[in-house]
Design a protein around this ligand. Sequence first.
Ligand code: PNS
Length: 163
Amino acid sequence: MKVGIYPGSFDPVTLGHMDIIERSRSMFDVLIVGVLQNIAKQSLFTIDERVDMLKELTKNMEQVKIMSFTGLLVDFARKNNAQFIVRGLRSVTDFEYELQMAQGNRHLAPELDTLFLAAETKHAFVSSSAVKEIATYGGEVAGLVPDAILDKIYEKLGRGVNP
Ligand code: PNS
């Protein structure tokens, strides 16, 4: 069984994340989307909310499983017999951080490889932090996140420029 893990905070999930899930899922028998429960970092959405949103958005994607994890990614990967980590790359800035993380993970678990997918150009500036900042100050986040979660973001942060 070829098992891949796509890890992240997904606070909230963006169209960039959805694109990586959609493009990478066919590479594996099972693609686990691993949602990090980071006790050291305050999140906008609770871990249950993030997991539920992703479950709803991927309910028709057969090989995709949504799970939460805490602690080290390599431990989560080993527990689930994954051989690959998937990450999206938007920019050179991402690359520096991602390379370090991939090398750190290989140091900890030499049997694990990280695969990088280049983000679509239209998603190059899309990040969960940007979405939160734009929505906080009343900007429009439609087109940056799945339509199905727009209301959830507006519920937490206000309605932005939408009527
Ligand atoms: O979407 P994000 O927030 O950029 O995802 C970062 C994530 C979850 C992939 C990363 O922070 C992570 O793997 N955290 C788990 C802790 C860990 O394994 N750290 C060692 C990395 S070498």
